[in-house]
Design a protein around this ligand. Structure first.
Ligand SMILES: CCCCC/C=C\C/C=C\C/C=C\C/C=C\CCCC(=O)SCCNC(=O)CCNC(=O)[C@H](O)C(C)(C)COP(=O)(O)OP(=O)(O)OC[C@H]1O[C@@H](n2cnc3c(N)ncnc32)[C@H](O)[C@@H]1OP(=O)(O)O
Length: 231
């Protein structure tokens, strides 16, 4: 796997992403709404296997694959914008992209999430690309935190409605090798009014290594309160 990772980095200036894909021109490009939570050629065998295994589990309806795009464009997100945002504070929206989906294929976060409604649980299968390096050879802690936030956040929003992270408490236990695949397992533990308590852990695919664990608090947004800056 590390070999394919190195191959992605070897040719500076070479077109990246899928072969034949147009080069990015930030100012004029219209972001294509492709579902990024589907296999692409950068996915390793481990990630493909986990994907295939869980697509099978989706057949009886117990698990659901969650599609993922570079931009939010669902009705839920439009609801988020209308209810909570002051339009005068929204800047650069036409260029906005979901942080975790803003890398060329294979270089950053490659992942797919599956949701189990009965268990209020989200599993994220994540391949960490070479541009997420922190300590040499290992993934940056901020990148791990990002994906723990995204996975627990997805779990909170699926289970409880639109919510934002108020607290994320992480213990980093073992570093994650760059270009490896890990499993983030999150579940809703408790609901108290608008507070959603979600925990997660990050393990290696063989489950032998516990890389990190976290607990998070999400607050369901109150439609009577705007998210604008308090003056
Ligand atoms: C974020 C995405 C939302 C979009 C949703 C759209 C679609 C959904 C679909 C799928 C989901 C998809 C993806 C999820 C992906 C990514 C997740 C990323 C999430 C983030 O990356 S998000 C960015 C970082 N996040 C912030 O930028 C928040 C800044 N923050 C605030 O905007 C406010 O802080 C807010 C709104 C959180 C609460 O404000 P508020 O005014 O509504 O509530 P209030 O302060 O009254 O607190 C109510 C009760 O919570 C207690 N409480 C509050 N904070 C606490 C804390 N830290 N520790 C302990 N208790 C706390 C109080 O003590 C009180 O408790 P009590 O009721 O018992 O007195």
């Amino acid at each position: 796997m590390l070999r394919s990772c190195a191959a992605l980095l070897r040719t500076p200036g070479a077109p990246r992403g899928r072969p034949g894909a147009p080069r990015r021109s930030f100012s004029s490009e219209k972001v294509v709404q492709k579902d990024c939570a589907l296999p692409n050629p950068s996915w390793s065998k481990d990630l493909r296997l986990l994907f295939d295994q869980f697509m099978k589990k989706c057949e009886d309806g117990s698990w659901k694959r969650l599609p993922s795009y570079k931009q939010f464009f669902s009705k839920t997100f439009q609801g988020f914008q209308t209810l909570y945002l002051d339009p005068s504070l929204v800047k650069g929206e036409e260029h906005a992209q979901l942080f975790t989906r803003s890398f060329e294929d294979g270089l950053g976060f490659e992942y797919v999430m599956f949701y189990n409604d009965a268990e209020k649980r989200v599993l994220c299968f994540l391949q960490v690309g070479p541009h997420l390096q922190g300590a040499p050879g290992f993934v940056h802690g901020g990148a791990i935190a990002t994906m723990m936030d995204s996975t627990t956040g997805t779990c909170a929003c699926r289970a409880g409605g639109i919510a934002m992270t108020a607290n994320l408490n992480i213990n980093f236990k073992r570093p994650i090798p760059l270009c490896s695949v890990v499993v983030i397992d999150s579940q809703l533990d408790k609901v108290e009014g608008r507070k959603l308590f979600v925990s997660c852990n990050v393990r290696s695919v063989d489950e032998k290594t516990l890389h990190s664990e976290a607990s998070a608090l999400f607050i369901k947004l109150d439609p009577d309160k705007s998210l604008r800056k308090k003056r």
